[in-house]
Structures are given as C-alpha cells and as structure tokens.
Design a protein around this ligand. Structure first.
Ligand code: GDP
Length: 310
C-alpha cells in the first residue's frame, strides 16, 4: 500500500493557517500566546484553562471585505513549538507544519541574536513572516530603533516598499493582539490562499508534534492533522509505531470523534512513542501498518548499531 500525500485537487477546501511564534528569549512569545488564547476563550472558562496540548486553535472575526462589517469568523491554529531547532529539524524531514511565522521582537531590547536566527529559520522554511514588535507598553520601548534594526535584516513593511506586516503589541496590556490576529488572517487570505487548502475526505496524514508514555493511558501523542480527517478507530502509522486511535481529545481536553485539516489533537492507541516530527498516516489495514512499522524499526535498529560499531 502506498503512503501517499497526494490530494484530489477537486476536493480541496480552505483550511486554517498554522502559526508559530518565534523570537529571542524573554521577548514575549509565551506571554503573547497566552494572551491570544485567553482573549479567545469564554470568560467563564478562563480560570479553567489547562494547557492539554501545545497546539490549539482560536477563532477570530475579521471585517468582511464586501460589507466592511466584522462578520467573517475564521479559525487560526497556533503551535507552541519547542524551539527554533525543532522547527528546522521538522522542515528538514519534510514536515512543513507551519504556514506563518510571527517573529516577536521586544521594543525594549530590539533585534537580538535569536531574532536573527528566527528570521533565518523562517526564511529557510519558506514560510510567510509577520513581525510583532512587542512590549510597546514598556517605558524604555524604542519602536523606531527596532524598526530600523529589522530593516537591516531586510524585513520591510509595505510603507517602505516591502510586503511584511508589522504589528505593535503588548502581551501585558493586550494592545495590538487584535491587530496581530487580523494580520494573520490577512496574510492567509492574500498570500497563502492557494496553500491553505486541504482535502478533508481522504485518509488523514500529518505530523506528530509531541509524544510521551503515560502509566495509565499508554502512549499519548499530539498530532497535527494536515490533510484528510482523522477518526476514532483509525489505524495510524507514525514513524516506526502503529496502533488504532483509541481516544482523541481536542485542545480544550474534550473528547472528539474526528479531526479535520489544521487541527491539533491528542491521541492514544499507538504501541510505541514516536519522535516529535514523525509523519503519521491513517492506513486501511492493521497488517500494512505493522509491516511498515517493523521494517522501519529494523532500519532504525541497524542504523544505531552501525553508529555503535563505527
Ligand atoms: P519568551 O521567553 O519569549 O516566551 O518571553 P515571556 O513571554 O516569558 O516574557 C518574558 C518576560 O517579559 C516576562 O516577565 C513577561 O511578563 C514580560 N513581557 C512579555 N510581554 C510583555 C509586554 O508586552 N510588555 C511588558 N512590559 N512585559 C512583557
């Protein structure tokens, strides 16, 4: 059986953009993600937010370009990636999980080494960049200096002849969070419409984002569905592991029965712990999954044996 990534172009439908926030340490990545998430959850739920998985979706309303009213509601998926290296490693293995990279730069510090690194990683991965100049509330914020430094990295906003969206934010006060979400949806609409397509009808495939062993539930894996729809009971091959999806939770920890494109879900049922960048495929036959998994395991074993004897 083929593990195909082919999709039927006739069946393509729009899918939400998948966004990663990158930047120098302490520039506000975690705070921004937190603010975005909290701004989107009903007030009553806020106290109860437990981060079940490091990937989640929000919905944001933007103005309908036709009527100018705030009526279109669109989902956005955020990935809380473990770091720049993981991002590049995933990319190197062909797991292009991100559509948009938000580069966060604190206006207090300006461009720092890891800012440059983040920009380089985003460019290497060929993802669209949005710049968030954060901490604009701080007394020592210097937005102009930060903009000049970004200019030197050839990140140009449209009023300077470029096509990068710049947003000024404060993860502390919430200023600009709405603008950032608008910018993401505008980017998706204008520059990524052709890429943000998926066939929800085919068997699911995607990428494992994180996986670990638990004593009560066995292997728990957070996967991002990229094409197709993953369903409870599906036979899944993930790296050198396989199993039947026994349970599936969404980002709020609620049990769900299926998950479509750009949806991160926590699944149980795999027989072993996959790597945090292994592709996964829903396959028809348990025997097929077992055969491929076994072949891969053998290959992995031989590779590590060769390393050992070399
Ligand atoms: P990360 O390392 O990039 O994830 O940065 P954090 O989100 O952990 O933020 C680092 C520090 O900066 C924390 O003490 C935050 O409270 C603070 N911080 C984050 N965003 C802002 C902001 O917009 N304004 C101000 N004044 N402080 C912020």
């Amino acid at each position: 059986e083929r593990l195909t990534r082919e999709v039927d172009s006739e069946k393509l439908r729009p899918r939400p953009p998948v966004v990663t926030i990158m930047g120098h340490v302490d520039h506000g990545k975690t705070s921004l993600l937190d603010k975005i998430r909290r701004s989107n959850v009903a007030a009553g739920e806020v106290g109860g937010i437990t981060q079940v998985i490091r990937a989640w979706s929000v919905t944001h309303k933007i103005e309908d370009p036709e009527t100018g009213e705030k009526v279109i509601e669109r989902p956005i998926t955020f990935l809380d990636t473990p770091g720049h290296e993981a991002f590049t490693k995933m990319r190197a293995r062909g797991a292009n999980v991100t559509d948009i990279a938000v580069i966060v730069v604190a206006a207090t510090d300006g461009v720092m080494p890891q800012t440059e690194e983040a920009v380089a990683h985003a460019r290497a991965a060929d993802v669209r960049i949005i710049v968030a100049i954060n901490k604009v509330d701080a007394p020592n914020a210097n937005v102009d200096r930060t903009r000049r430094q970004l200019y030197n990295l050839e990140l140009l906003p449209d009023d300077m002849g470029g096509d990068i969206q710049f947003v000024e934010t404060s993860a502390l006060t919430g200023q600009g969070i709405d603008d950032l979400l608008n910018a993401i949806l505008i980017e998706a609409e204008i520059n990524l419409a052709d890429d943000l397509q998926a066939d929800p009808d085919r068997p699911a495939f995607g990428t494992c984002l994180e996986a670990y062993m638990t004593s009560d539930e066995g292997v728990m894996a957070t996967v991002l569905v990229q094409q197709g729809t993953l369903k409870l009971g599906d036979i899944v091959l993930c790296g050198a592991n396989f199993g039947r999806v026994r349970s599936m939770q969404n980002d709020l920890g609620l049990s769900i029965e299926e998950a479509g494109p750009s949806t991160p879900v926590l699944i149980t049922g795999l027989g072993g712990v996959p790597n945090a960048d292994d592709p996964f495929y829903a396959v028809d036959e348990l025997t097929t999954a077992a055969k491929i998994a076994e072949a891969r395991e053998k290959k992995d074993r031989e590779a590590s044996l060769n390393r050992f004897t070399a």
